[in-house]
Design a protein around this ligand. Sequence first.
Ligand code: COA
Length: 347
Amino acid sequence: MRPEFIGHYTEFMDDDNSTYPGSDELLAIGSAVGKKLGLQKIGIHIETLYPGRRTSWPHAESTEEEFAFVIEGNPSAWIDGNLYPLRPGDFVAFPSGTGITHTFINNSNHTARLLVGGERPKSDNRIYYPLNESQNQVRRERGDFWDDIPLKTQGPHDGIPDLQKNGRPATWNLPVLETKRLILRPFEMSDAPAVFEYAKNPNVSRLLIWEPHKTLADSQGFIKFIHQTYLDNVPTFGICLKENPEKVIGSVGAMWVSQKNKIMELGVALGEDYWGRALSSEAMLRLVEFLWQRYDVLRIQSQCKAENVQSKRMMEKMGMTYEGLLKKNLFCKGTSWDMEMFSFTRN
Ligand SMILES: CC(C)(COP(=O)(O)OP(=O)(O)OC[C@H]1O[C@@H](n2cnc3c(N)ncnc32)[C@H](O)[C@@H]1OP(=O)(O)O)[C@@H](O)C(=O)NCCC(=O)NCCS
């Protein structure tokens, strides 16, 4: 048994709901390892920074010294209006009183992790936000606005992560998920050729409700549709192997069957070249974990055509409860389909 001052950061991770008051922009997910393990004088956090997120709004602190160390991924340091790409091992120091305005932005496609530390809150500390006047006003009202900051010339960068620009909806907040072998990430329009590669194969959709894609435009249309559903927070991820995270080899997602009754349904499809390695169940189980965390759902179901023995076997191996055969439960492609029903329920 380890002493109580040793711990793993994942044990202390906050919920993914960190925002500024009045804003729905999700920030990094913190894990207050220092505080949780008993440190009194310094604050140490491990920040998990999903693509398209930032650790905070750009700001500077007058008396509290801060630093950041990149553990994993490629975030960028936003410093006084300029972006500086970082890599694992980079260390960034913000000596107190210098007035360096800063934040960390993840413009990459992969999760970044930072160790961020600093002095515990000091009563004389004051804060300045170069780009968020509303926050300066909050600070003025609280009496800790840094009004005489030695401001440097600010560069041109607006401090907004790329994924929040480019016409992306503000609700685009799907994270990138990881498993042992896979990366699950939001679809990009540039994924269309990779989607076409697997979706044109009739074997993939033979027992599903959709038809094989005939042209690249079909795959572009699919991604466009998925992007629309992101507006409603419908989570559909592209499945990528960790060794080639640029190439989507399938998709996994969940849709509401009934929000009122708190029921969602899973769906998955994988390129035929990747069948037989239990990759789909690995992706599905990670998605299920994400759904339990992020959605107000009590039942997660999955059904497949009775003839789809591969899918049935996959759901059995995932540990889903088999609930039975629903006769003629779907009319599709000109006939009635008997459907096998499986579920997970929240305890
Ligand atoms: C169903 C599907 C998602 C399973 O994914 P997978 O990652 O291959 O799953 P698994 O590796 O766990 O294999 C499940 C079963 O499929 C069968 N299987 C595996 N590879 C196969 C192959 N190349 N050809 C035929 N059957 C195969 C095996 O019976 C296996 O069970 P086993 O491990 O006990 O032998 C995948 O085959 C697929 O995308 N099919 C087309 C779309 C689809 O049917 N989606 C499910 C909708 S609910």
